[in-house]
Design a protein around this ligand. Structure first.
Ligand code: CMP
Length: 140
């Protein structure tokens, strides 16, 4: 298995409830290393740009509103098979479908306020990392 990098966000619903440490602990316990991290309050333009792939979806307005409602922790995670591993630790997008022990099962409130985001493929991981971080901010 290859060492990969993936992009992760701890969303406003989680930062508002003081869950930054609890979520990060789950990631670290799974063997993922946080090699970049910062706290941002997204502008509407940043949220729309980041989620541009969903622009035509009916939930897009609500998604942008939710993501601009408070601080987000943006992170780069590194580890063996990091993209898939992060998605396993997060659990299903809808917390109602998430497996026991996953971040979304334990912490998410709803599909819209689902506490975390993680890249779904190597190409999106690279794009999403570049969207938020310069190379000098990533310290393996
Ligand atoms: P995320 O992994 O960040 O990617 C897009 C987000 O849109 C998703 O998590 C959800 O939080 C949000 N979302 C809101 N409503 C829906 C929906 N009906 N289907 C999929 N995603 C949704």
């Amino acid at each position: 298995m290859a060492i990969e990098r993936t992009f992760s966000m701890i969303k406003p619903d989680a930062t508002k409830r003081n869950l930054t440490g609890a979520v990060t602990a789950k990631l670290e316990e799974a063997g993922l290393r946080v090699i970049a991290s910062k706290r941002v309050w997204m502008s509407k333009r940043e949220a729309e740009g980041f989620y541009a792939v969903h622009a035509a979806r009916p939930f897009f307005g609500e998604l942008v509103e939710t993501m601009t409602s408070g601080p987000t922790i943006v992170q780069v995670l590194e580890g063996e098979n990091a993209i898939l591993k992060n998605r396993e630790v997060m659990g299903a997008t809808n917390p109602a479908d998430a497996a026991e022990g996953t971040i979304r099962k334990e912490f998410a409130l709803s599909i819209g306020e689902n506490s975390v985001h993680g890249s779904d493929a190597p190409e999106t991981a690279a794009q999403e990392i570049t969207y938020w971080f310069s190379s000098t901010e990533i310290v393996g």
